[in-house]
Design a binder for this molecule. Sequence first.
Ligand code: GAF
Length: 379
Amino acid sequence: MIGQELIQKLESIHNQTDSWIIKSPGRINIIGEHTDYNYGFCLPAAIELAVFMGLSPSDKFQINAWDRKESWNIVDTIRPDWAVYFKAILNYALKENLPVKTFSLDFTASLPSGAGLSSSSSITCGFLYALNLMNSWNIPLEQLTSIAVIAEKESGVEGGMMDQISIFNGSKDHALLIDCLDWSFKKIPILLANYQWTIVDTKVKHKLIDSDYNNRSRLCKKIANKCANHFGIEENLRIVYEQYSKEEFGFLESQEKNLLSYVIEENDRVKAMTKSILSQDISSIGSLLFSGHEGLRNKYQVSCPELDFLIDFAAKSSAAIGARMMGGGFGGSSLHLIKENCTEEFTQEISQAYRSKFGFAPDVYKADISNGVELINKK
Ligand code: GAF
């Protein structure tokens, strides 16, 4: 169902005084993967695919996940997996002595879950935003972002802040160039006339995504630590690659050199991509997307056969300008830049080829760039 229909369905139920309807988007990342927890740069954008929540005053705390046909009341000790995100925010409120009025909440989504489009952050950020409004906490967006990150860490992923920053601060037709050293960001106009950003969801999740992700993040911390000891500097990968050249890392092991070299090159790609987008240099945008994927596949090693197949297919297609895997990796989605007048043909061809290879079709979505989390309606 499209967003507008979901909103109407929620509005028909949450129609009493003091009801709230919230839209919380997913995100794509144009480039700058696995750089956020390494104090580098990334270029994400919020998208129209979103989680929608309706909240009304009630005498009990009850949350209903329409798409899963599951409910959770905060007194229930057995929790559906999605409840962890709501619980983390409620725990934060409790710890900080923030008042929370009892509510009944329904949520549904046009954003697919588990597709690497940040659906869990979308729930966490949307719920936090809703409670902030409902209970007049008056916490500014910057602080809400940090709270959402802390809350999500409770679910076990040692991520950066890229997802939460884009969900809270997204801006229609703009990407956010985030400097992950201080989490400041600039809005970059991203509309490319005659081209369409397109998402292809592999519909697979390999291995334990979270533990593989955490493993990369820990290895990078180890590299930063080794470099700090070797050079006698602060333990921060950004300082390492801004001050020393690739030739000076001979003391690292081979896998460590690959990871570091990927991070250095990916940060350069973010800067180059920003320039190419601003100058609408389409062919350079395409090359940067493909080389970003090569780095993730060969040096950072977070891709998988399904993602590689989609990128290799795009490299041979005259409809595609560029493509790369997106997000944490080991499954999830790829991002493609497609000639606008070829999107239908491309969707059909890539779906057919993928189905012949893997036995099931991927899901393909237009990635229209949207605002960040929004209050849609308040009664
Ligand atoms: C996941 C994380 F949540 C982000 O913080 C980021 O590290 C991304 O993977 C990889 O770029 O989405």
